[in-house]
Design a protein around this ligand. Structure first.
Ligand code: ATP
Ligand code: MG
Length: 415
């Protein structure tokens, strides 16, 4: 475990030197064993939080009462958490009582899945009381302890289970799967935001459709406060999700929404309720709206009309147009029946000289003084007309040419 040791070994070593136990635990141990990139390196220790806090020069008291201290070391943050057990999940979300303990195995017992309930020492020693490595080898997700009780304690675990199954391409152990189906109701106690964060991970993973299918088949969908009208049909929109780069989450979500038959007007409040950030919601809805305008163009028989396309791009911005094209490419790759001629539209997009008024080499004020006229709504119209001309390559983007063209337009209109 060279990377983990290099980045956070010093934190563990310091705890050991002072006579405490300390291990890497949770996701980092799992990911390292699987040869996946390790992100947050969580550390479990027998030391009480106030003792941990006193041992390091730079700490953030993240959740002292739960035992968590964030240690800053060489610019990275590491969560160091005191061994603890949890009890009294009266709200099906979080424990009402946390008790610090002295045995790592007791701490591992509170963790959700066997693959997440392993600890690794600085010397390479394993603490793996539930057969996490064996389950990873078998590519299966299994609860620690009685799955039904574990899901009753915290309903989010069911969503995490499906997220891991989808992201890792693992199976769900039969008992664990049965428990999700019987305990699905506990999902209603879980905040939408926490579910959405897991859904985002599913959508960003390599098998989003599998995750979605598991959500539906498990019955979890029926208990979400804001479900998607997801039908689970294997149609092109859904298949296309797999053809979109995982970094383009906005395009993936847009495909899912379109695959559910949602228009932008319906998608917007849905994404709000799903607690998407304004930025993400707007990016996704812009793609849906672009699609709606494109369909209108097509209906009007103007899908081959370069100027109409340029107008559309200028109305939405080059970024939205590019996202929409990414989506269309994916649809083509997925074998969708009616797709746009993306190669040509892409060319037209690339050939545009400008994409917005900011890039136009003349300002409203310059036009006013050149034309010796007073401002008014006509000015905005004129600027947009010039923008269109420049974007289409009809007028060059330089000041004198633009002012000449403006004069021509104004004289033409006044005459
Ligand atoms: P990721 O790769 O998404 O970070 P992770 O397993 O590290 O996956 P975290 O949310 O970072 O997930 O949690 C760290 C560890 O805390 C988990 O590996 C698991 O041991 C434990 N854990 C997290 N959430 C729960 C939960 N809801 N119930 C029980 N244990 C949990
Ligand atoms: Mg983690």
């Amino acid at each position: 475990h060279p990377d983990m040791a290099k980045r956070s070994g010093e934190v563990i070593r310091t705890l050991l030197r002072h006579g405490h136990e300390a291990y890497w635990v949770g996701g980092c141990v799992r990911d390292e064993y699987m040869g996946r990139p390790v992100h947050d390196m969580d550390i479990a220790t027998s030391a009480r939080p106030e003792i941990t806090a006193a041992l390091f020069p730079k700490v953030i008291p993240t959740g002292m009462q739960h035992g968590t201290v964030t240690v800053m070391h060489e610019g990275e943050a590491f969560e160091v958490t005191t061994y603890r057990t949890e009890t009294g999940y009266d709200d099906h979300r979080r424990p009402s009582e946390v008790t610090f303990v002295t045995d790592i195995e007791e701490d591992l017992q509170r963790r959700d899945f066997t693959m997440n309930a392993m600890a690794r020492g600085l010397d390479g020693a394993w603490v793996d009381p539930y057969g996490g490595r064996r389950d990873i080898e078998a590519r299966r997700i299994r609860c620690v302890g009685d799955p039904r009780l574990r899901f009753q304690e915290d309903g989010l675990r069911m969503v995490r289970c499906i997220r891991f199954a989808s992201v890792l391409g693992f199976a769900i152990a039969p008992g664990t799967w049965r428990a999700i189906k019987s305990e699905q109701k506990t999902l209603r106690w879980i905040a939408m935001e926490r579910i959405r964060i897991e859904m985002d991970k599913v959508m960003a993973g390599p098998h989003p459709r599998r995750g979605l299918a598991l959500f539906v088949r498990s019955g979890l969908y029926d208990h979400m406060k804001v479900p998607f009208p997801y039908t689970g049909h294997e149609e092109a929109w859904m298949r296309a999700i797999d053809h979109v780069d995982s970094l383009r989450l906005d395009v993936r979500w847009a495909l899912l929404l379109l695959g559910c038959g949602l228009a932008s007007a319906a998608a917007d409040p849905l994404l709000r309720a799903w607690t998407f950030s304004n930025k993400d919601r707007e990016a996704i809805c812009a793609i849906l709206r672009f699609q709606e305008f494109w369909l209108r163009l097509k209906d009007e028989g103007r899908s081959q009309d370069r100027l109409a396309w340029i107008r559309l791009v200028l109305d939405f911005g080059g970024g939205v147009a590019a996202s929409w094209l990414t989506m269309q490419h994916a649809l083509t790759a997925a074998g969708a029946e009616e797709t746009a001629d993306t190669a040509k539209l892409d060319d037209w997009l690339q050939q545009m000289v400008v994409y917005s008024l900011k890039e136009l080499n003349v300002t409203g004020n310059e036009l006013l003084s050149a034309l010796e006229k007073r401002g008014g709504p006509w000015l905005g119209e004129l600027l947009n007309q010039l923008l269109m001309q420049v974007a289409a390559g009809i007028v060059p983007n330089d000041k004198s040419a633009l002012i000449d063209e403006a004069r021509r337009v104004v004289i033409h209109e006044e005459g």
